[in-house]
Design a protein around this ligand. Structure first.
Ligand code: ADP
Ligand code: MG
Length: 245
């Protein structure tokens, strides 16, 4: 199996506060779920992989064996990394249509590819959605669908999905789940979720649990049921035992 991502001794600080410390892990091709309690640093980790500027970072991040630690988010995007935000930011004056053209590197005067109309339909979105200012006044579900629409068009090598199912109703969850199933055929996925329902649509190859911003526990699907039954303290004990030996 090809290794797509490697994180070595990653440390991230935000405003003098250490959020992530000494993280080491790697991902092979496929679908991976990132679990962990609230506030443990999952979003920070995805942001660090995307190279968001607000973090002070040390350690190394490799993408398909290439050191990308010093690349900008734009450069990482061009290498095939895409981040679907937990809380997608709104941008006044920029329409979704403009963003999609930028993602696809299309001349602003040219039309979007016709496949977009199938994608809109599959997400139960109206064509007029494209004319709206990005995320401005969007409902929670619309924000998530807009991210998924971008992802469908971007076809990245690695999609980082930060709670694609949060704040989404049952019908929309189904549409997003089906879109993710399609995306998983072409892209590798790292999905943060608390709602394991989404795993009915994409079958993960591995589960990564982030604890206290310091420990990464990697396992197969079985661990999900253990966490459901016994909570994160169960994994915490496993991790501490591992580190003692
Ligand atoms: P998770 O996604 O696992 O819930 P986050 O990565 O969002 O966790 O946050 C991890 C920790 O970092 C939290 O304690 C959070 O308050 C803190 N944090 C995240 N972003 C910022 C920020 N911009 N400023 C200050 N603290 C932050
Ligand atoms: Mg988060």
């Amino acid at each position: 199996m090809t290794e797509i991502l490697r994180v070595e001794n990653l440390r991230v600080e935000i405003k003098e506060e250490t959020i992530l410390e000494g993280l080491n892990f790697s991902l092979e091709e496929g679908v991976h779920v990132l679990l962990g309690p609230n506030g443990t640093g999952k979003s920070t980790l995805l942001g660090a992989i995307m190279g968001l500027h607000k973090y002070k970072l040390s350690g190394k991040i490799y993408f398909y064996g290439e050191d990308i630690t010093d690349l900008t988010p734009d450069q990482r995007f061009k290498k095939g990394i895409f981040l679907a935000y937990q809380l997608p930011p709104s941008v006044r004056g920029v329409r979704l249509r403009d963003i999609l053209k930028k993602i696809l590197n299309i001349d602003p005067k040219k039309e979007l590819p016709v496949e977009i109309y199938n994608y809109l339909k599959s997400l139960d979105l109206d064509e007029s959605f494209l004319e709206r200012e990005i995320n401005y006044g969007f409902s929670g579900g619309e924000r998530k669908k807009s991210e998924i629409l971008q992802l469908l068009l971007a076809k990245p090598k690695l999609a980082l999905l930060d709670e694609p199912d949060s704040g989404v109703d049952i019908d929309s969850l189904k549409l997003i789940g089906e879109a993710l199933r399609k995306i998983a055929k072409e892209s590798n996925l790292l999905i943060v979720t608390h709602n394991l329902k989404i795993l009915d649509y994409v079958a993960p190859d591995s589960v990564i649990v982030l604890l206290d911003g310091k420990f990464v526990y990697k396992d197969g699907l079985e661990i999900i049921h253990q966490i459901e039954e016994r909570g994160y303290n169960y994994v915490r004990r496993l991790v501490y035992a591992q580190n003692l030996s």
